[in-house]
Design a protein around this ligand. Structure first.
Ligand code: SF4
Length: 153
């Protein structure tokens, strides 16, 4: 059973500022499930480091108002294709990102204020009924995966 995971959460330095967001993943995630690290922004061809982006009215904009929406959408489509081709059962996505954030995002003013919403990648996965967890919900993700295992003949 495979799980797609934001690459930055696995320690890969693919964030806009060249850092990772590596977190302590439960050993059970590694031992029982296949983790597929994926970064939609890098996969769409954006460099690292790169300008930070926030979503405003559904558009992915840099602070200088460069519109990267089409690039973000391309990365999201590639991620969905990977998820489907690798028979994944859930996604663990970095919170608050304009690509990977699910439920809460920066509000597009570059002032660190949060608002409700989904990143472009997370939104595409959600529209295909992908179960999404973030890095603070790893135990919930494990419980979900266990329940699937028990229900799979
Ligand atoms: S796009 Fe997603 S995987 Fe890539 S750096 Fe941002 S949060 Fe991490």
């Amino acid at each position: 059973m495979n799980v797609l995971i934001s690459a930055c959460l696995t320690g890969i330095c693919c964030r806009y500022d060249g850092t990772s967001a590596g977190c302590l993943l439960p050993s059970e995630l590694h031992s029982r499930y296949g983790l597929l690290p994926f970064c939609p922004e890098v996969c769409a061809g954006l460099p690292t480091p790169r300008d930070s982006v926030e979503l405003r009215n559904g558009q992915a904009l840099t602070q200088n108002a460069v519109n990267l929406t089409a690039v973000f959408e391309e990365g999201a489509r590639k991620g969905l294709a990977l998820y489907q081709s690798q028979n994944c059962h859930a996604a663990i996505l970095k919170s608050k990102s304009p690509s990977c954030g699910y439920g809460t995002l920066y509000d597009g003013t570059f002032t660190r204020r949060l608002t409700e919403g989904n990143g472009i990648f997370a939104d595409l996965l959600a529209s295909h009924n992908v179960p999404i967890f973030n890095e603070t919900q790893l135990q919930n993700c494990l419980l979900f995966l266990h329940s699937l295992s028990h229900n799979t003949p």
